[in-house]
Design a protein around this ligand. Structure first.
Ligand code: DQA
Length: 143
């Protein structure tokens, strides 16, 4: 099983940005953690991070017939992007949404997610462990 892990804007600055919400692990640490977890569960993973909405749309389109599932943290695009939702609706790749911070305790503009209804699940506020949980969930649903 092949899973693509997509991270949206500013997640390349993990470790530096607002550690009270996102912790001290860097983006490289995050990828390493996911890679190790995926190895244990026999899932093949690839990573993509971009600060650009169109680049994320391109990556989702390119995933068609290449990946069995996608784990995505769309970051700020969660709350704004119809284009990312439409890309998923076009390719119909099963996806799980992850948010590192607990959105329910944050600003009102973070409460809405365009992707939530499309995704098999949304894992919110479990820190970076949420990505590993998302992988497990996809592996379970896709087997
Ligand atoms: C985030 C939450 C978003 O509201 C924010 O814009 C992010 C990260 C999270 O992982 O908690 O960049 O998706």
């Amino acid at each position: 099983m092949k899973v693509l892990v997509i991270n949206g804007p500013n997640l390349n600055l993990l470790g530096l940005r607002e550690p009270q919400y996102y912790g001290r692990e860097t983006y490289a640490d995050l990828c390493e953690k996911i890679r190790r977890h995926a190895e244990k569960t026999g899932v093949e993973v690839a990573f993509f991070q971009s600060n650009h909405e169109g680049a994320i749309v391109d990556e989702i389109q390119a995933a068609y017939r290449v990946y069995d599932g996608i784990v995505i943290n769309p970051a700020a695009y969660t709350h704004t992007s119809v284009a990312i939702l439409d890309a998923f609706k076009s390719v119909q790749i099963p996806a799980v949404e992850v948010h590192i911070s607990d959105l329910s305790k944050r600003e009102s503009f973070r409460q809405f997610s365009y992707l939530r209804d499309y995704c098999l699940a949304s894992i919110i506020g479990h820190g970076t462990n949420g990505y590993c949980e998302a992988l497990d969930l996809l592996a379970e649903k896709l087997k």
